[in-house]
Design a protein around this ligand. Structure first.
Ligand code: C2E
Ligand code: MG
Ligand code: MG
Ligand code: MG
Length: 283
């Protein structure tokens, strides 16, 4: 068999890249079109107190319908939207929609629930970000403390000055701030301490093998201890079974979010979930 020359290898590789780039471009264009046509959906995943198993709030999570009943994962399209900058406009829509839903919940008598919204790096770079967030909240008449912004460690590390300044202003306005996927990034402890944080979200990676002999769950332990020392609340993500609830409750973790309680769902289903909610009574 003839050995492929370096150049034909390269051509093959280049063609492959081109295909890849073409698909990405097509996807970016479709995302923009669908967003403009208001086809994106905001779903919600409940967050549960570990003290009394009550529903204390929810996280808003984007969904992009393909039209055939399937959804494109945010893990796929959020990076694209960040790359093109479209996440800035999508992000304002997410905040609007989150506030609108909070008002609906308040009107139905479910007052004091909290709504967590994910925020990406490019959103902080938009000079209108802080004033617009305040404006959206005020316009809907939402209590700022009902809203929580989730940022990852990478967001925090990307533009430390802008991020610290923006978050401090928003925090003074009354908005809550959480660090998402905590423990998967590489933020420095001293920098973390300079952020006006309310809580840490323990990444689901650290709960995966709770109960196994060789477990990385001790990291969750360390994170909860750190959070307490810093005076922060804690929530564990990716809680899928009662063993994990036992574990994080014993650590003194405040809240849980995960498939054990509920998967992310459209708003109408969330209303049903809250109305018919029964604690699992995990002992
Ligand atoms: P995230 O903020 O860490 O959100 C939690 C992810 O974990 C969600 O994935 C959720 O569906 C999933 N999850 C929750 N409980 C469980 C569980 O028990 N087991 C497992 N295996 N997974 C669980 P999702 O909805 O696919 O979102 C992925 C990521 O996309 C989010 O991670 C967030 O970083 C990003 N994202 C979603 N919506 C938005 C948004 O509106 N704006 C921005 N900037 N990013 C968003
Ligand atoms: Mg999140
Ligand atoms: Mg997370
Ligand atoms: Mg994440």
């Amino acid at each position: 068999r003839a050995k492929k020359s370096a150049s034909s290898n390269f051509e093959y590789y280049a063609a492959d890249m081109e295909q890849h780039t073409y698909e990405r471009l097509a996807m970016m264009r479709k995302l923009r079109t669908d967003f403009t046509a208001r086809k994106l959906e905001l779903w919600f995943q409940p967050q549960i107190s570990l003290k009394d198993e009550s529903v204390i709030g929810m996280e808003a999570l984007l969904r992009w319908p393909e039209g055939n009943g399937n959804y494109i994962s945010p893990a796929v399209f959020i990076p694209l939207a960040e790359y093109t900058g479209l996440i800035v406009d999508i992000g304002y829509w997410v905040l609007e929609e989150a506030c609108r839903r909070l008002v609906e919940l308040n009107k139905k008598g479910y007052e004091g629930l909290r709504m967590a919204v994910n925020i990406s790096v490019p959103q902080f770079r938009d000079p209108d970000f802080v004033p617009l967030v305040k404006h959206i909240i005020s316009q809907h008449g939402v209590e700022p403390a009902q809203l929580e912004l989730e940022i990852t460690e990478s967001v925090a590390m990307d533009e430390p000055k802008i991020v610290v300044d923006s978050l401090t202003t928003l925090k003074n306005f009354g908005i809550r701030i959480a660090i998402d996927d905590f423990g998967t990034g590489f933020s420095s402890m001293s920098y973390l301490q300079s952020l006006p944080l309310d809580r840490l979200k323990v990444d689901r990676a650290f709960l995966k093998d709770v109960g196994h002999v060789k477990s990385s769950a001790f990291i969750a332990d360390t994170i909860v201890t750190l959070a307490k020392r810093l005076g922060l609340e804690t929530i564990a993500e990716g809680v899928e079974n009662p063993e994990q609830v036992h574990y994080i409750r014993d650590l003194g973790c405040d809240e849980a979010q995960g498939f054990l309680y509920a998967k992310p769902m459209p708003f109408d289903q969330l209303l049903d979930y809250i109305a018919n909610y029964q604690p699992l009574n995990i002992t």
